[in-house]
Design a protein around this ligand. Structure first.
Ligand code: ADP
Ligand code: NI
Length: 221
C-alpha cells in the first residue's frame, strides 16, 4: 500500500469505530488530533507517516472502553496495521506511540521516547485545552453526571481530595487539576506556541465563569 492509502484506510477505519461516541473520544477528536499532529510534525521535521498513523490510532484503546488492559490499544493498533501489511518497522514505531500516549499510570503521562510520539501527545493535549477543551471538559462532566461548579468547593482543591475528585469533583476543578497545567507540559516548541493562546482563552473563560457565578460582572456603563 502507498503511504496515502495507509493513512486513508486507517482514517476510514477509525471514523467507523468512533462515530457517535459521546464521551469526548468521538471521531472528531481523533480527526482534530490527526490534523494538529500533522501541522506540528511538519514544523518539527518529524516522520509524517508515523505521526499520522500514531495520531489516528492513539485512542484506539478507548474504543473498547478501557477494560483495564493497557495492552488493548497497542494490540488493536498492531492488528490493524498488520492487516494492511504495513512494514513491520512502521508497525513498531506506531505501536510505540500508541503505548506511550495511551498509558496513564497513576494519572501521570510521561514524555514519549520518540519525536513522533511527542508530536502526537502535544496534539492530543492541545485538544484538551482552549475553546474545544472547555467544551470537552463539560461534555465529559455531564456524561459523568457532575456539577459544573460548586461554590462550597474551591476549584483549586484537588490533590488532597483524591477520592472526592475521582468520584464527583465539579468540572471546574478539572481545569486546575489538569487543564491549566498542560501548557507547561508540551514537548515541542511548536506545541508550546500553539498552547499559549488556548491557555489564555481558558483562563479568561474560568475567570468570567466565576465572575458571573459570584455576580461580580461590571454593570454596563
Ligand atoms: P485523551 O484520552 O484524549 O488524552 P482523556 O481520556 O484524558 O483524553 O479525556 C478526554 C476528555 O475528557 C479531555 O478533554 C479531558 O479534559 C476530559 N476529562 C477527563 N477527565 C475529566 C474530568 N475529571 N473532568 C472533566 N473533564 C475531564
Ligand atoms: Ni485523545
Amino acid at each position: 500500500m502507498e503511504e496515502t492509502e495507509l493513512i486513508q484506510a486507517t482514517a476510514q477505519h477509525l471514523e467507523q469505530l468512533f462515530s457517535g461516541e459521546g464521551s469526548g473520544h468521538d471521531w472528531w477528536h481523533i480527526r482534530r488530533v490527526w490534523k494538529t499532529a500533522t501541522k506540528i510534525g511538519e514544523q518539527e521535521g518529524a516522520d509524517l507517516l508515523v505521526v499520522q498513523l500514531g495520531a489516528l490510532l492513539h485512542d484506539i484503546a478507548d474504543w473498547k472502553f478501557h477494560d483495564g488492559n493497557e495492552q488493548a490499544g497497542p494490540d488493536a493498533a498492531m492488528a490493524w496495521l498488520a492487516s494492511l501489511n504495513a512494514p513491520v518497522s512502521l508497525q513498531q514505531k506506531v505501536v510505540t506511540i500508541v503505548k506511550e500516549v495511551t498509558f496513564k499510570g497513576a494519572g501521570v503521562e510521561t514524555k514519549p521516547s520518540t519525536l513522533e510520539g511527542q508530536v502526537v501527545q502535544d496534539a492530543d493535549r492541545l485538544d484538551a485545552i482552549g475553546a474545544i477543551g472547555i467544551g470537552r471538559a463539560f461534555a465529559y462532566g455531564g456524561y459523568k453526571g457532575r456539577e459544573l461548579y460548586n461554590p462550597g468547593i474551591s476549584p483549586e482543591l484537588h490533590a488532597s481530595f483524591e477520592e472526592y475528585k475521582k468520584n464527583q469533583a465539579p468540572t471546574l476543578n478539572h481545569f486546575y487539576e489538569k487543564l491549566f497545567l498542560l501548557k507547561d507540559r508540551m514537548n515541542t516548541a511548536t506545541g508550546k506556541k500553539l498552547a499559549q493562546e488556548r491557555h489564555s482563552i481558558m483562563q479568561a473563560y474560568v475567570q468570567q465563569f466565576l465572575a458571573e457565578w459570584h455576580s461580580e460582572e461590571k454593570p454596563p456603563s
